[in-house]
Design a protein around this ligand. Structure first.
Ligand SMILES: C[C@@](CO)(OP(=O)(O)O)[C@H](O)COP(=O)(O)OP(=O)(O)OC[C@H]1O[C@@H](n2ccc(N)nc2=O)[C@H](O)[C@@H]1O
Ligand SMILES: Nc1ncnc2c1ncn2[C@@H]1O[C@H](COP(=O)(O)OP(=O)(O)O)[C@@H](O)[C@H]1O
Length: 301
């Protein structure tokens, strides 16, 4: 028997290492992408409906497309097509992850919708097939399904779990988003004359993650997209400086930005860094969280 409604929660992410190589013939960039899922979530509720519809609530809801380009709608379509059924479902997204912020909010919704529809329609699709659909939806989507901590290779979709202790984070949410393709294009422009090595995970960073030592992690975080994000949005340098000045152990752009991420020692330091960022008016708002967090999880069915 099918459920009347299924709600799935999926996490945002931060990239503690984002090593980027020269573009491949298909235009994607090879990555060594060390993802951490953080305790900041969207929830997608799937209910039976006569056609595929999407609604969204939350402070950033106005920036989310409600047509078939929404990653949650695309997930429902791909899953239905694979099983030869109609994608008749209503998807409601309760959005808490900043939109176009480099925190994989759309990817979280894609992974959440996939699990929600699979349960609603009683399909029991094997995990490996769900991961294939995630990779078709976008490079970050497999990680939103899996969560925790993982190294993404290929274009970021080939995942190897990694061990990680608990870390505390503050995120500074910027006004307006940055387009991921535009940031990769700016990376290409800035590195046009460089001979880029094949991206590789940093063993010192993986050891720091395992140890749970924030000082060791702070010494190794690296984001190759950060110069491109700063080139497109120079004001982000001010936000990074405020967080560092308030005691953050490391300050970096989250993925393609413009959200900035601050690694802090503990909850007390998180409150201090968040207060300084808010007082500085160099960001729209702040969020304090921890990592790692679980991947997409069914809450009610
Ligand atoms: C940069 C990262 C870091 O985790 O995420 P964000 O910080 O934007 O959330 C990801 O690589 C983004 O993943 P995702 O947002 O799923 O990207 P996709 O839909 O696969 O691709 C969108 C576009 O980004 C560029 N792209 C993406 C991934 C990749 N390895 N190389 C690329 O060049 C391409 O221009 C592509 O057309
Ligand atoms: N469910 C969704 N939530 C947010 N944005 C979405 C969604 N589906 C498609 N998009 C589109 O994807 C773009 C990138 O959004 P998002 O995933 O939030 O950021 P990022 O790729 O920086 O992590 C948005 O500007 C929007 O046009």
């Amino acid at each position: 028997m099918s459920a009347a409604a299924v709600t799935v929660r999926a996490p945002a992410k931060v990239n503690v290492q984002l090593a980027v190589g020269a573009p491949r013939p298909d235009g994607f960039h090879p990555l060594a992408n060390v993802f951490l899922a953080v305790s900041l979530h969207d929830e997608v509720t799937a209910t039976p409906a006569g056609s595929l519809t999407v609604t969204c609530s939350g402070p950033d809801a106005g920036q989310v497309p409600l047509d078939r380009t929404n990653l949650a709608a695309r997930a429902a379509e791909l899953l239905a097509a694979r099983h030869g059924i109609a994608p008749d479902v209503h998807l409601h997204i309760a959005k808490d992850i900043p939109v176009a912020g480099g925190m994989a909010g759309g990817s979280a919704d894609g992974a959440a919708a996939l699990l929600a529809c699979d349960a609603l329609w009683g399909l029991n699709t094997p995990r490996a097939e769900l991961l294939d659909i995630c990779a078709e939806l976008g490079s970050d989507v497999p990680f939103s399904l899996v969560g925790g901590a993982a190294l993404g290779t290929g274009r970021g979709e080939v995942l190897t779990p990694v061990e990680a202790g608990t870390f505390h984070w503050v995120f500074a949410v910027a006004d307006g988003g940055l387009s991921t393709p535009a940031v990769f294009r700016e990376f290409d422009r800035l590195t046009a004359d460089a001979a880029l090595p094949a991206p590789q995970a940093d063993p010192a960073l993986l050891a720091a993650l395992r140890s749970g030592d924030p000082d060791a992690l702070a010494a190794t975080v690296a984001n190759d997209l950060q110069p491109a994000a700063l080139s497109l949005r120079p004001q982000l340098a001010d936000t990074l400086a405020v967080g560092t000045g308030a005691g953050a152990l490391a300050a970096l752009v989250s993925g393609s930005g413009p959200t900035t991420a601050f690694l802090v020692r503990d909850e007390e330091s998180a409150l201090k860094v968040a207060a300084a960022l808010q007082a500085s008016a160099t960001c729209r708002t702040t969020r304090t969280t921890t990592s790692p967090a679980p991947g997409a999880t069914v809450l009610t069915a």
